[in-house]
Design a protein around this ligand. Structure first.
Ligand code: NAD
Ligand code: UGA
Length: 470
């Protein structure tokens, strides 16, 4: 029986290993983390992350062949395959601040693996890392290896939050990169055999290490680029009377382009798109490729533009001032079906409105008040000029921000409402009731194009949708 250990029990490590345990009942899978509260939550009835279908998978295998533990060293020592799925955020200080990936957590995990190992192991990069990270990891492992053989594989993860379990059950592809040596190929085969329990072998792509590492950054950059493309188009639609949904449909029916990922929005969020593109930009710059770097920079710039454009529209439409006005914020997570708020566009929009002295009443079905307050009082990092942006004072936040437990409470007596996450429940709200309880004129700013603008206008709302005629 093979034993697998995964370092990092986060959004990737937890769900990925749960599905692996479910699909490979003869393999013991242990997910380890330095965070005791996180591991306790994985071992409890209230998992640390909200992800549809996850609880069911965990319940089926936890205690059988799936375990969560803080005893990192013991389980690494006992394992044949060690996945490393620790966080790789953007550096906030020093060389490359604001762009380069911070590999502190990765390096410390690699040093620990080298220290505790007494038998050969396959070490799998699951985290998203800069291209050629495996070379650095190899150096750390082999310089401290005491004669033990380590094979490094790159096996980036492509799941999206909110659909993680579905994506893991049925991935478009699994990517494994390894060394072109006999030992490297043997390691690739060992990992391929694990995935082959449930993924058709023709969907398991094997490449060299650098291609696998770079493909992950490239895939996220291409996906984010599609969103910035359609969002840039949405600004032009608003200026010309075209409808971005119609344009996206007409463009996306070209089979060479395809229909997915063309929803105009208030901007993309999430822990990875911006971080990974900034990382790509940094790598291009370090390799003397400023033109390539500038191309990708524009994707992030358009995203920032879209968030600012949205907030400015709220202020300018409400007679150029939101001072003292109550504005309901429906949705704070970066997308529906997750409680994750990392890099959510809601942070930028709310901070702008707070700076304009609005009173916000925020409702999200999955995000806790404590999280919203923490997000809104954190210093923002300006990637273009690596210094923290001026911090909005925490006192301002507590006076101006109210977090409530339903959409009707949020919108009561409000002058305007902003939809910032596309939660399904927002589509079926009783907008007549909401309208009756709002100040008039009652404004709706739909940052996700989820409400029925025609119906809302019939009720009496003034409705602004992204990329649509008024
Ligand atoms: P996360 O922050 O949710 O989880 C990372 C975990 O690693 C944390 O719980 C942290 O305590 C733990 N950790 C850090 N250093 C450790 C150490 N030395 N030993 C043990 N545990 C340690 O991060 P995440 O969202 O799961 O992302 C992990 C990686 O996967 C990142 O590189 C990210 O870019 C990539 N990724 C994320 C997603 C996603 O949807 N979130 C999708 C694909 C890839
Ligand atoms: C994204 C990728 O889709 C995953 O393949 C990848 O593994 C992951 O990043 C990662 O590396 O972390 P995720 O960020 O979880 O997954 O969610 P997405 O569905 O990609 O959405 C990202 C953001 O783009 C959200 O804010 C979403 O609302 C926005 N979006 C998405 C749009 O504005 N329009 C779209 O058409 C699609």
């Amino acid at each position: 029986m093979v034993k697998i250990c995964c370092i990092g029990a986060g959004y990737v490590g937890g769900p990925t290993m749960a599905v692996m345990a479910l699909k490979c009942p003869e393999i013991e899978v242990v997910v380890v983390d330095i965070s005791e509260p996180r591991i306790n939550a994985w071992n409890s009835d209230r998992l640390p992350i909200y992800e549809p279908g996850l609880e069911d998978v965990v319940k089926q295998c936890r205690g059988k062949n799936l375990f969560f533990s803080t005893d990192v060293e013991k389980h690494v020592f006992e394992s044949d395959i060690v996945f490393v799925s620790v966080n790789t955020p953007t550096k906030t200080q020093g060389l490359g601040a604001g762009k380069a990936a911070d590999l502190t957590y990765w390096e410390s995990a690699a040093r620990m693996i080298a220290d505790v190992s007494k038998s050969s192991k396959i070490v799998v990069e699951k985290s998203t890392v800069p291209v050629r990270t495996a070379e650095a990891i190899e150096k750390i492992l082999t310089h401290n290896s005491k004669g033990i053989e380590f094979q490094i594989l790159s096996n980036p993860e492509f799941l999206a939050e909110g659909t993680a379990i579905k994506d893991l059950y049925n991935p478009d592809r699994v990517l494994i990169g390894g060394r072109d040596t006999a030992a490297g190929q043997k390691a690739i085969k060992a990992l391929r055999d694990v995935y082959a329990h449930w993924v058709p072998v023709e969907q398991i792509i094997c490449t060299n290490l650098w291609s696998a590492e770079l493909s992950k950054l490239a895939a996220n950059a291409f996906l984010a680029q599609r969103i910035s493309s359609v969002n840039a188009m949405s600004a032009l639609c608003e200026a010309t009377g075209a409808d971005v949904t119609q344009v996206a449909h007409a463009v996306g029916t070209d089979t060479r382009i395809g229909p997915k990922f063309l929803n105009a929005s208030v901007g993309f969020g999430g822990s990875c798109f911006q971080k990974d593109i900034l990382n790509l930009i940094y790598i291009c710059e370090c390799n003397g490729l400023p033109e390539a770097a500038n191309y990708w920079k524009q994707v992030v710039k358009v995203n920032d533009y879209q968030k600012i454009r949205f907030a400015n529209r709220v202020v300018s439409s409400m007679f150029n001032t939101v001072s003292g006005k109550k504005i309901a914020i429906l949705g704070f997570a970066f997308k529906k079906d997750t409680g994750d708020t990392r890099e959510t566009p809601a942070i930028d929009v709310c901070n702008r409105l707070v700076a304009d002295k609005a009173k916000l009443s925020i409702y999200d079905p999955q995000v806790l008040e404590e999280q919203i307050r923490r997000d809104l009082s954190m210093a923002r990092f300006d990637w273009d000029h690596p210094v923290p942006l001026q911090q909005i004072k925490a006192e301002g936040i507590s006076e101006q921000v109210n977090v409530v437990s339903d959409a009707y409470e949020a919108t009561k007596d409000a002058h305007g409402l902003c939809v910032l996450t596309e939660w399904d429940e927002f589509k079926s709200l009783d907008f007549k009731k909401i309208f009756d309880n709002m100040q008039k004129p009652a404004f709706v700013f739909d940052g996700r194009n989820v409400v029925d603008a025609v119906k809302l206008r019939e009720i009496g709302f003034i409705v602004y949708s992204i990329g649509k005629p008024l």
